[in-house]
Design a binder for this molecule. Structure first.
Ligand code: DGJ
Length: 714
């Protein structure tokens, strides 16, 4: 059955995914009305909805709000506009009419494009829908083109100002009630899961910082007030963009809920000159009938199969030098760390900040990307050769978008940073933001990155970005300075894309002071993200829980660091720290030169154990058995792609006498199968694990943790 079908009589489109349907209809009034987003319906069933009573205009009420496919600003519409334009003569309303539609069949699915045009002005609006044969996630985006097309064609009338250009409006079906779930945070406390009722009015999440931000992540989930981790209907949207953005959840007084999502923050505008067009980023949407866990699992599959460049690869076990040596990196201390890292089984050694220019602190040198030969007298080769000799790959930290005012680069090019005339240049971490929107700056970054990776045998880069924008001006582009908010990200993406194309074996980690740049846009061109600068294992459980709502463990870098933790001062046993990191892309970031022989031996055991479960964790199915709500038990299960291998992580912060946690009931097992515990040899019946849970082997005392590895017996 084709994924996209069309009923010409009622002008209804039906998009079909493996277990969901999405339908929309073009009404006689040229309104593109949302019809259905939920469980599978046939085209005939969807068309039958046409007879249903529609809201009627009464009093001050209008019929559009909360039910359109793209809520334009115009006519009797008073809700959140997804598309808001101002034509050269000052007219602001959009009046659109249908032109035609096109369905394109791809090897992995189908794409529908509905073409609309303004009735008078030369603005064309294309709504795109991409469905996949193997995913319930559907992608939407919008193209705006300044070209003739409307029946009252008024071409040549000057640039069109785009005041709001969202990728999509997502109208939800009518339910009794709604709840919202999303992730907020701050530096060191990213992806904190929060939720609550959807109030009548508008709930806005946004970034005005130039990056995706630590403070909100551009996804939301909405349920009908009754979903749980493993049951109930959940709708979600996620935006693929790494600059500023806005997501607005609107609930009308009449009870309709819709979500509009797009790039750019309020207050900026873009111009569309004649002949120009703009593609918004993709905003993806998902309906899942099996709760938040079911929704997350579908997002994870979608990210691995349709977003990541190498979603099928196992991510290596990394050692990163940052928490061990800070800015004080040199050939000798890095070789020492590399030897210890290799001895415990690390596969990729990453030297962090401090290897270039006058970068001995965060006060100077950023922008001067030449190796510091006081620290590395023979250039980087002796270290890289040693790392390779030890059997590891080599990675390097870079921060291409930034400059310290105390640098040769800034002294030579003070005009290269974001700035306005007559305004101060606010520093943060003693640095300014290079205006990557400028092609000369982007070319410069492309050039030195390419030379760096070509000259040395670099297998991996950690691409960092350590401050938000401020005074975001582009004086050389005075007529249209807001363009930088978009062009900056376009150039960032194209630098990374070209670097990857020129160096196909290079792998990249996205970092922005921890988790400031985590989104589906950056994941389409990187391999993993640095989740947070907070490496405290207890705090990480909450960060990882929020992260896992949309993003898979395969991209969630997690270091085991020293105790007490540098940020929280908390002391946590090594075993617990390892078990937390093993639930993602495990890495080590502690100062191994200060670890005891017993610590190193224990580390080697955990690294070996991780190698056993890595494929299951990174590519399998995740079940959040118990979230990190209190100081009691948190548990996460991963099943291998064929469900034959199972890894269960359990962590207890504090045990309270007389209040033992209830057994952890596993999910996703075959009741009739039996499972062997790979460490103890114990054999469990699948049905018993499902009904009565897994007996946990937790040590006494606070910060107890366990990893149980089960294999199905045939
Ligand atoms: C911020 C990153 O999140 C850290 O891991 C480290 O790379 C520092 N920057 C280096 O300056």
């Amino acid at each position: 059955m084709p994924a996209i079908t069309f009923d010409a009589d009622t002008r209804t489109w039906l998009l079909t995914t493996p277990s969901t349907s999405y339908a929309l209809r073009l009404e006689a009034s040229n309104v593109l009305r949302h019809v259905h987003w939920g469980a599978r319906l046939t085209l005939e069933q969807v068309v039958s909805l046409d007879g249903r009573p529609q809201p009627t205009e009464r009093g001050f009420e209008t019929v559009f709000e909360g039910s359109e496919e793209l809520a334009v600003d115009g006519g009797l519409r008073y809700g959140v506009p997804s598309l808001q334009v101002r034509f050269a003569d000052g007219v602001r309303a959009v009046e659109w009419e249908y032109l035609d539609h096109q369905i394109v069949v791809r090897p992995d699915g189908e794409t529908l494009t509905i073409r609309m045009a303004d009735r008078h002005y030369p603005l064309r609006i294309f709504l795109h829908y991409r469905v996949f044969t193997d995913s319930d996630v559907l992608d939407r985006w919008t193209t705006l083109a300044h070209e003739a097309g409307g029946s009252g064609d008024a071409a040549g009338s000057g640039p069109i100002t785009l005041l709001r250009t969202d990728s999509a409006t997502w109208a939800l079906p009518r339910r009794e009630d709604y709840r919202l779930r999303h992730a907020i945070g701050q530096w060191g406390a990213e992806t904190q899961l929060v939720g609550g009722g959807v109030q009548v009015g508008e709930t806005v999440f946004t970034s005005r910082r130039g990056v995706t931000s630590h403070h909100a992540n551009p996804w939301v989930m909405v349920d009908a007030g009754d979903a749980g981790e493993e049951h109930g209907e959940v709708w979600g949207t996620a935006l693929a963009w790494s600059g500023t953005w806005r997501v607005t959840v609107q609930r009308t007084a009449a009870g309709l809920v819709s979500v509009t999502s797009g790039f750019g923050h309020d207050g900026i505008s873009w111009r569309l000159a004649e002949g120009e067009s703009l593609d918004t980023p993709v905003c993806s949407g998902l309906y899942a009938a099996d709760g938040f866990g079911g929704a997350s699992r579908r997002w994870h599959d979608y990210v691995r199969n349709h977003v990541l460049p190498h979603g099928d690869e196992d991510r290596p076990i990394i050692y990163n030098s940052w928490e061990a040596t800070g800015f004080d990196v040199n050939e000798s201390n890095q070789k020492q760390l590399a030897a210890l890292a290799a001895s415990v089984g690390v596969e990729l050694f990453v030297m962090d900040d401090g290897w270039f220019g006058a970068r001995s602190s965060d006060h100077a040198g950023l922008g001067d990307w030449t190796v510091n030969t006081d620290r590395f007298p023979g250039d980087l080769e002796p270290l890289i050769e040693e790392v390779h000799r030890l059997g590891m790959r080599f990675g390097l930290w870079v921060e291409p978008e930034m400059v310290n005012p105390d640098s040769d680069l800034y002294r030579a090019h003070p005009d290269w940073v974001l700035h306005f005339p007559n305004r101060q240049r606010s520093e943060k971490r003693n640095q300014l933001v290079l205006n990557l929107a400028r092609d000369d700056v982007a070319d410069w970054a492309q050039d030195w990155l390419n030379r760096l990776v070509s000259k040395h045998e670099i297998d991996f880069i950690k691409w960092d970005m350590n401050r938000p924008f401020s005074e975001a001006g582009w004086p050389e582009h005075a007529q249209d300075q807001d363009l930088l908010w978009r062009r900056y990200v376009d150039n960032l993406y194209s630098i990374i894309d070209r670097l990857r194309a020129d160096h196909p074996n290079l792998r990249i980690e996205s970092c922005s002071g921890g988790g400031g740049r985590i989104d589906l846009g950056i994941l389409a061109r990187t391999d993993q993200v640095w989740t947070s600068d907070n490496t405290d294992a207890l705090d990480r459980l909450r960060i990882q829980d929020g992260f896992s709502q949309i993003y898979p463990a395969a991209v969630m870098a997690a270091w085991v660091t020293d105790s007490p933790n540098y940020l929280t001062g908390r002391e946590i046993p090594l075993r617990y720290r390892f078990h937390v990191a093993m639930a993602g892309v495990m890495a080590i970031g502690g100062n191994l030169t200060e670890w005891s022989a017993a610590d190193l031996a224990e580390a080697a055991e955990h690294v070996a154990a991780y190698k056993q479960v890595r494929h299951t964790v990174q590519h399998g199915t995740q079940y959040r058995l118990r979230g990190p709500k209190d100081d009691g038990l948190t548990a996460v299960q991963y099943n291998s792609p064929d469900d034959a291998e199972v890894a269960v992580f359990a962590w207890v912060q504090s045990a309270h006498f007389g209040h033992a946690p209830a057994a952890v009931r596993l999910l996703g097992l075959r009741p009739e199968a039996r499972y062997r515990d790979e460490d103890t040899g114990a054999v469990h019946h699948g049905a018993v694990l499902l009904q009565h849970g897994l007996p946990l082997d937790l040590p006494d005392g606070d910060y107890a943790s366990s990893l149980t590895r089960l294999t199905e017996i045939h």
